[in-house]
Design a binder for this molecule. Structure first.
Ligand code: COA
Length: 326
Protein backbone atom coordinates (compact mmCIF):
# COMPACT_ATOMS: atom_id res chain seq x y z
CA UNK A 1 0.00 0.00 0.00
CA UNK A 2 1.29 3.47 -0.88
CA UNK A 3 -0.07 5.56 1.97
CA UNK A 4 0.19 9.02 0.41
CA UNK A 5 -1.34 7.78 -2.86
CA UNK A 6 -4.16 6.23 -0.88
CA UNK A 7 -4.78 9.48 1.04
CA UNK A 8 -4.90 11.39 -2.26
CA UNK A 9 -7.30 8.94 -3.87
CA UNK A 10 -9.70 9.09 -0.87
CA UNK A 11 -9.56 12.91 -1.08
CA UNK A 12 -10.31 12.91 -4.82
CA UNK A 13 -13.22 10.54 -4.29
CA UNK A 14 -14.79 12.85 -1.68
CA UNK A 15 -13.77 16.20 -3.20
CA UNK A 16 -14.77 17.91 0.05
CA UNK A 17 -14.72 21.62 0.84
CA UNK A 18 -11.77 22.50 3.08
CA UNK A 19 -11.35 25.88 4.81
CA UNK A 20 -7.88 27.37 5.09
CA UNK A 21 -8.07 30.33 7.50
CA UNK A 22 -4.36 31.20 7.25
CA UNK A 23 -3.93 31.75 3.49
CA UNK A 24 -3.68 35.51 3.86
CA UNK A 25 -0.86 35.25 6.40
CA UNK A 26 1.06 32.21 5.14
CA UNK A 27 2.41 31.76 1.66
CA UNK A 28 2.88 28.03 2.39
CA UNK A 29 -0.84 27.66 3.10
CA UNK A 30 -1.76 29.71 0.02
CA UNK A 31 0.45 27.58 -2.25
CA UNK A 32 -0.75 24.33 -0.67
CA UNK A 33 -4.39 25.38 -1.14
CA UNK A 34 -3.80 26.35 -4.79
CA UNK A 35 -2.07 23.02 -5.52
CA UNK A 36 -4.69 20.95 -3.68
CA UNK A 37 -7.49 22.60 -5.65
CA UNK A 38 -5.61 22.32 -8.96
CA UNK A 39 -4.98 18.61 -8.39
CA UNK A 40 -8.61 17.90 -7.52
CA UNK A 41 -7.92 16.95 -3.89
CA UNK A 42 -10.45 19.39 -2.44
CA UNK A 43 -12.47 22.49 -3.06
CA UNK A 44 -10.80 25.25 -1.07
CA UNK A 45 -12.17 28.18 0.89
CA UNK A 46 -9.53 30.82 1.66
CA UNK A 47 -10.56 33.22 4.39
CA UNK A 48 -9.25 36.64 3.45
CA UNK A 49 -9.80 39.89 1.66
CA UNK A 50 -9.49 41.43 -1.81
CA UNK A 51 -5.80 40.48 -2.09
CA UNK A 52 -6.83 36.81 -2.45
CA UNK A 53 -9.68 37.40 -4.92
CA UNK A 54 -7.36 36.88 -7.90
CA UNK A 55 -7.01 33.20 -6.92
CA UNK A 56 -10.73 32.41 -7.20
CA UNK A 57 -11.62 29.57 -9.59
CA UNK A 58 -14.38 26.96 -9.78
CA UNK A 59 -12.65 25.11 -6.96
CA UNK A 60 -11.40 28.04 -4.91
CA UNK A 61 -13.63 30.49 -3.10
CA UNK A 62 -12.45 33.47 -1.08
CA UNK A 63 -14.62 34.38 1.89
CA UNK A 64 -14.22 37.77 3.50
CA UNK A 65 -15.34 37.69 7.15
CA UNK A 66 -16.51 41.31 6.94
CA UNK A 67 -18.57 40.74 3.85
CA UNK A 68 -20.00 37.22 4.08
CA UNK A 69 -23.59 36.63 3.09
CA UNK A 70 -24.23 34.03 5.83
CA UNK A 71 -22.43 35.91 8.60
CA UNK A 72 -25.55 36.35 10.74
CA UNK A 73 -26.34 32.65 10.51
CA UNK A 74 -22.86 31.83 11.82
CA UNK A 75 -23.14 34.45 14.57
CA UNK A 76 -26.51 33.20 15.79
CA UNK A 77 -25.44 29.55 15.64
CA UNK A 78 -22.27 30.31 17.61
CA UNK A 79 -24.34 32.17 20.21
CA UNK A 80 -26.82 29.25 20.44
CA UNK A 81 -23.97 26.74 20.83
CA UNK A 82 -22.20 28.64 23.60
CA UNK A 83 -24.83 30.69 25.41
CA UNK A 84 -25.01 28.05 28.15
CA UNK A 85 -21.37 28.97 28.83
CA UNK A 86 -22.32 32.65 29.19
CA UNK A 87 -21.43 33.76 25.63
CA UNK A 88 -23.39 36.83 24.51
CA UNK A 89 -24.30 37.77 20.91
CA UNK A 90 -21.76 40.61 21.05
CA UNK A 91 -19.06 38.20 22.18
CA UNK A 92 -20.04 35.75 19.42
CA UNK A 93 -19.65 38.63 16.95
CA UNK A 94 -16.15 39.38 18.30
CA UNK A 95 -15.10 35.70 18.25
CA UNK A 96 -16.17 35.37 14.62
CA UNK A 97 -13.64 38.03 13.62
CA UNK A 98 -10.99 35.39 14.39
CA UNK A 99 -10.51 33.44 11.11
CA UNK A 100 -10.15 30.14 12.97
CA UNK A 101 -13.44 30.57 14.89
CA UNK A 102 -15.06 31.79 11.67
CA UNK A 103 -13.72 28.79 9.71
CA UNK A 104 -14.79 26.38 12.43
CA UNK A 105 -18.32 27.83 12.24
CA UNK A 106 -18.30 27.35 8.44
CA UNK A 107 -17.63 23.67 9.10
CA UNK A 108 -20.14 23.43 11.95
CA UNK A 109 -22.88 25.03 9.84
CA UNK A 110 -22.19 22.80 6.83
CA UNK A 111 -20.73 25.45 4.48
CA UNK A 112 -17.46 23.45 4.52
CA UNK A 113 -16.50 19.88 5.36
CA UNK A 114 -13.24 20.38 7.23
CA UNK A 115 -10.59 22.87 8.34
CA UNK A 116 -6.79 22.90 8.29
CA UNK A 117 -4.78 25.52 10.22
CA UNK A 118 -1.70 25.79 12.40
CA UNK A 119 0.98 26.93 9.96
CA UNK A 120 1.18 30.17 11.93
CA UNK A 121 -1.19 29.56 14.88
CA UNK A 122 -0.53 27.52 18.00
CA UNK A 123 -2.26 24.16 18.47
CA UNK A 124 -4.47 25.43 21.29
CA UNK A 125 -5.73 28.28 19.07
CA UNK A 126 -6.54 25.87 16.25
CA UNK A 127 -8.21 23.13 18.29
CA UNK A 128 -10.03 25.01 21.08
CA UNK A 129 -12.81 26.32 18.74
CA UNK A 130 -13.34 22.78 17.40
CA UNK A 131 -13.46 21.31 20.91
CA UNK A 132 -15.93 23.97 22.02
CA UNK A 133 -18.16 24.00 18.93
CA UNK A 134 -17.85 20.81 16.84
CA UNK A 135 -17.26 18.53 19.85
CA UNK A 136 -16.42 14.82 19.97
CA UNK A 137 -18.28 12.11 18.10
CA UNK A 138 -21.11 10.47 19.98
CA UNK A 139 -19.70 8.30 22.74
CA UNK A 140 -16.21 9.85 22.54
CA UNK A 141 -15.15 11.65 25.70
CA UNK A 142 -11.56 12.37 24.76
CA UNK A 143 -10.66 13.98 21.45
CA UNK A 144 -6.96 13.37 20.82
CA UNK A 145 -4.21 13.71 18.23
CA UNK A 146 -2.02 11.19 16.50
CA UNK A 147 0.78 11.36 13.96
CA UNK A 148 1.61 8.84 11.28
CA UNK A 149 5.26 8.12 10.59
CA UNK A 150 6.05 6.47 7.30
CA UNK A 151 8.78 6.06 4.71
CA UNK A 152 10.69 2.90 5.52
CA UNK A 153 10.31 -0.27 7.58
CA UNK A 154 9.75 0.71 11.19
CA UNK A 155 9.14 -2.71 12.69
CA UNK A 156 9.53 -6.05 10.94
CA UNK A 157 6.06 -5.78 9.38
CA UNK A 158 4.98 -2.16 9.07
CA UNK A 159 6.33 0.74 7.06
CA UNK A 160 3.91 3.10 8.77
CA UNK A 161 2.90 3.51 12.40
CA UNK A 162 0.68 5.82 14.43
CA UNK A 163 2.05 7.61 17.44
CA UNK A 164 -0.22 9.23 20.04
CA UNK A 165 -0.80 11.78 21.53
CA UNK A 166 1.87 14.31 20.54
CA UNK A 167 -0.30 17.42 20.43
CA UNK A 168 -3.53 17.64 22.40
CA UNK A 169 -4.09 15.81 25.70
CA UNK A 170 -1.32 17.08 27.92
CA UNK A 171 -1.36 14.75 30.92
CA UNK A 172 -3.92 12.03 30.25
CA UNK A 173 -5.74 10.20 33.01
CA UNK A 174 -5.97 6.40 32.69
CA UNK A 175 -9.44 6.81 31.19
CA UNK A 176 -8.10 9.32 28.63
CA UNK A 177 -5.10 7.12 27.82
CA UNK A 178 -7.47 4.22 27.14
CA UNK A 179 -9.57 6.53 24.89
CA UNK A 180 -6.40 7.61 23.05
CA UNK A 181 -5.47 3.95 22.46
CA UNK A 182 -8.96 3.13 21.12
CA UNK A 183 -8.95 6.16 18.79
CA UNK A 184 -5.43 5.34 17.58
CA UNK A 185 -6.38 1.74 16.85
CA UNK A 186 -9.30 3.07 14.80
CA UNK A 187 -6.97 5.44 12.88
CA UNK A 188 -4.58 2.53 12.29
CA UNK A 189 -7.39 0.50 10.73
CA UNK A 190 -8.95 3.31 8.72
CA UNK A 191 -5.89 5.20 7.46
CA UNK A 192 -3.09 2.61 7.48
CA UNK A 193 -5.45 -0.31 6.77
CA UNK A 194 -3.48 -2.39 9.30
CA UNK A 195 -4.73 -4.52 12.18
CA UNK A 196 -3.70 -2.49 15.25
CA UNK A 197 -1.04 -3.76 17.64
CA UNK A 198 -0.95 -1.24 20.47
CA UNK A 199 2.06 -0.70 22.76
CA UNK A 200 1.88 1.55 25.83
CA UNK A 201 5.37 3.00 26.05
CA UNK A 202 7.52 3.61 29.09
CA UNK A 203 11.18 3.27 30.08
CA UNK A 204 10.81 -0.30 31.37
CA UNK A 205 9.29 -3.43 29.82
CA UNK A 206 6.66 -5.46 31.73
CA UNK A 207 8.48 -4.74 34.99
CA UNK A 208 7.23 -4.77 38.55
CA UNK A 209 8.21 -1.10 38.89
CA UNK A 210 5.24 0.73 40.36
CA UNK A 211 6.06 4.29 39.35
CA UNK A 212 3.44 6.84 38.34
CA UNK A 213 3.68 6.11 34.59
CA UNK A 214 3.56 2.33 34.88
CA UNK A 215 0.57 2.52 37.23
CA UNK A 216 -1.19 4.84 34.76
CA UNK A 217 -0.55 2.33 31.96
CA UNK A 218 -1.78 -0.61 34.09
CA UNK A 219 -5.02 1.27 34.82
CA UNK A 220 -5.51 2.22 31.15
CA UNK A 221 -5.01 -1.42 30.13
CA UNK A 222 -7.49 -2.55 32.78
CA UNK A 223 -10.04 -0.14 31.25
CA UNK A 224 -9.38 -1.58 27.76
CA UNK A 225 -9.95 -5.10 29.16
CA UNK A 226 -13.21 -3.99 30.78
CA UNK A 227 -14.30 -2.40 27.49
CA UNK A 228 -13.48 -5.66 25.73
CA UNK A 229 -11.67 -3.96 22.84
CA UNK A 230 -11.02 -5.95 19.67
CA UNK A 231 -7.32 -5.26 19.18
CA UNK A 232 -4.02 -6.48 20.63
CA UNK A 233 -2.48 -4.24 23.31
CA UNK A 234 0.20 -4.54 25.95
CA UNK A 235 2.48 -2.50 28.17
CA UNK A 236 4.45 -1.15 29.63
CA UNK A 237 7.05 -1.54 26.90
CA UNK A 238 10.20 0.27 25.88
CA UNK A 239 10.29 1.45 22.25
CA UNK A 240 12.82 -1.24 21.26
CA UNK A 241 10.72 -4.04 22.80
CA UNK A 242 7.67 -2.61 21.04
CA UNK A 243 9.26 -2.43 17.59
CA UNK A 244 11.99 -5.08 17.45
CA UNK A 245 11.12 -8.79 17.79
CA UNK A 246 14.70 -9.71 18.78
CA UNK A 247 14.69 -7.26 21.67
CA UNK A 248 11.10 -8.20 22.52
CA UNK A 249 12.18 -11.86 22.98
CA UNK A 250 14.74 -10.73 25.55
CA UNK A 251 12.77 -8.04 27.37
CA UNK A 252 9.13 -9.06 27.08
CA UNK A 253 8.89 -12.60 25.69
CA UNK A 254 5.42 -13.19 27.12
CA UNK A 255 4.01 -9.99 25.61
CA UNK A 256 1.40 -10.15 22.85
CA UNK A 257 3.11 -7.28 21.04
CA UNK A 258 6.39 -9.14 20.37
CA UNK A 259 8.03 -6.31 18.46
CA UNK A 260 5.13 -5.85 16.05
CA UNK A 261 3.61 -2.63 17.45
CA UNK A 262 2.07 -0.25 14.94
CA UNK A 263 0.31 2.04 17.46
CA UNK A 264 2.68 3.62 19.97
CA UNK A 265 0.87 5.20 22.93
CA UNK A 266 3.03 7.65 24.88
CA UNK A 267 2.20 8.35 28.52
CA UNK A 268 1.90 12.12 27.97
CA UNK A 269 2.22 14.90 25.42
CA UNK A 270 5.82 15.69 26.43
CA UNK A 271 7.17 12.25 25.56
CA UNK A 272 4.82 11.94 22.55
CA UNK A 273 5.91 15.21 21.00
CA UNK A 274 9.62 14.64 21.63
CA UNK A 275 9.31 11.04 20.45
CA UNK A 276 7.75 11.73 17.08
CA UNK A 277 10.03 14.65 16.29
CA UNK A 278 13.10 12.53 17.13
CA UNK A 279 11.88 9.76 14.81
CA UNK A 280 11.13 12.33 12.13
CA UNK A 281 14.54 14.01 12.34
CA UNK A 282 16.80 11.10 13.34
CA UNK A 283 14.95 8.39 11.48
CA UNK A 284 14.33 10.53 8.40
CA UNK A 285 10.71 9.43 8.33
CA UNK A 286 7.86 11.34 6.77
CA UNK A 287 5.32 12.71 9.23
CA UNK A 288 1.62 12.88 8.43
CA UNK A 289 -0.28 14.92 10.95
CA UNK A 290 -0.87 15.64 13.73
CA UNK A 291 -4.33 14.27 12.91
CA UNK A 292 -7.19 15.01 15.27
CA UNK A 293 -9.08 11.86 16.29
CA UNK A 294 -12.66 11.68 17.51
CA UNK A 295 -14.11 15.04 16.40
CA UNK A 296 -17.56 15.01 14.76
CA UNK A 297 -16.13 16.84 11.75
CA UNK A 298 -12.45 16.98 10.74
CA UNK A 299 -10.28 19.87 11.95
CA UNK A 300 -6.56 19.31 11.67
CA UNK A 301 -3.68 21.21 13.19
CA UNK A 302 -0.43 21.64 11.28
CA UNK A 303 2.98 21.76 12.83
CA UNK A 304 4.17 25.36 12.49
CA UNK A 305 7.20 23.93 10.66
CA UNK A 306 4.97 22.22 8.07
CA UNK A 307 6.21 22.35 4.48
CA UNK A 308 3.90 23.03 1.51
CA UNK A 309 3.92 19.29 0.75
CA UNK A 310 2.94 18.43 4.34
CA UNK A 311 0.11 20.95 4.21
CA UNK A 312 -1.19 19.44 0.95
CA UNK A 313 -1.16 15.99 2.55
CA UNK A 314 -3.03 17.35 5.57
CA UNK A 315 -5.63 18.98 3.29
CA UNK A 316 -6.06 15.66 1.46
CA UNK A 317 -6.35 13.71 4.70
CA UNK A 318 -8.96 16.15 5.98
CA UNK A 319 -10.84 15.99 2.68
CA UNK A 320 -10.85 12.19 2.74
CA UNK A 321 -11.90 11.91 6.39
CA UNK A 322 -15.47 10.88 5.53
CA UNK A 323 -14.05 7.91 3.65
CA UNK A 324 -12.09 6.85 6.77
CA UNK A 325 -15.25 6.86 8.89
CA UNK A 326 -16.95 4.26 6.65
C1 COA B 1 -6.36 22.15 23.36
C2 COA B 1 -6.40 22.71 24.76
C3 COA B 1 -6.12 24.17 24.65
C4 COA B 1 -7.74 22.52 25.42
O1 COA B 1 -7.54 23.02 26.67
P1 COA B 1 -8.61 23.37 27.74
O2 COA B 1 -7.95 24.19 28.77
O3 COA B 1 -9.29 22.13 28.16
O4 COA B 1 -9.54 24.31 26.95
P2 COA B 1 -10.85 24.82 27.47
O5 COA B 1 -10.97 24.69 28.93
O6 COA B 1 -10.99 26.18 26.88
O7 COA B 1 -11.85 23.77 26.84
C5 COA B 1 -12.61 24.03 25.75
C6 COA B 1 -13.62 22.95 25.61
O8 COA B 1 -12.99 21.82 25.03
C7 COA B 1 -13.26 20.67 25.80
N1 COA B 1 -12.06 19.83 25.71
C8 COA B 1 -10.81 20.17 26.04
N2 COA B 1 -9.98 19.14 25.77
C9 COA B 1 -10.75 18.15 25.26
C10 COA B 1 -10.48 16.84 24.78
N3 COA B 1 -9.25 16.33 24.76
N4 COA B 1 -11.51 16.09 24.31
C11 COA B 1 -12.78 16.57 24.29
N5 COA B 1 -13.09 17.81 24.73
C12 COA B 1 -12.08 18.59 25.22
C13 COA B 1 -13.52 21.16 27.18
O9 COA B 1 -14.30 20.24 27.89
C14 COA B 1 -14.24 22.45 26.90
O10 COA B 1 -15.58 22.20 26.61
P3 COA B 1 -16.71 23.27 27.09
O11 COA B 1 -16.12 24.64 26.90
O12 COA B 1 -17.89 22.99 26.21
O13 COA B 1 -16.93 22.94 28.52
C15 COA B 1 -5.32 22.02 25.66
O14 COA B 1 -5.60 20.65 25.76
C16 COA B 1 -3.92 22.24 25.21
O15 COA B 1 -3.36 23.33 25.34
N6 COA B 1 -3.27 21.17 24.72
C17 COA B 1 -1.90 21.24 24.31
C18 COA B 1 -1.79 21.89 22.96
C19 COA B 1 -0.34 22.17 22.64
O16 COA B 1 0.25 23.09 23.13
N7 COA B 1 0.22 21.36 21.76
C20 COA B 1 1.53 21.59 21.32
C21 COA B 1 2.02 20.46 20.54
S1 COA B 1 2.24 20.80 18.82
Amino acid sequence: MNLIKDIYSKAKKNFSIIVLPEASVSERVLNAGLTAAKNGLAKIIFIGGDDLKKYETNNIKVVDINNYENYDILKNQLYEKRKHKGLTLDEADKLLKDPIYFGTMLVECGYADGLVAGAVSETARVLRPALQIIKGEDGIKTVSCTTILTGKKINNKASAIVLSDPALVEKPTAEQLADIAIASAKTCRSVLELEPVVAFLSYTSISKKENETNLLIKKAMQILKERNVDFVFDGELQVDAALDPTVAKLKAPESKVLGNANCLIFPDIVSGNIGYKLMQRGGELQVIGPITQGLKKPVNDLSRGATVEEIIICIALTAGAKENKK
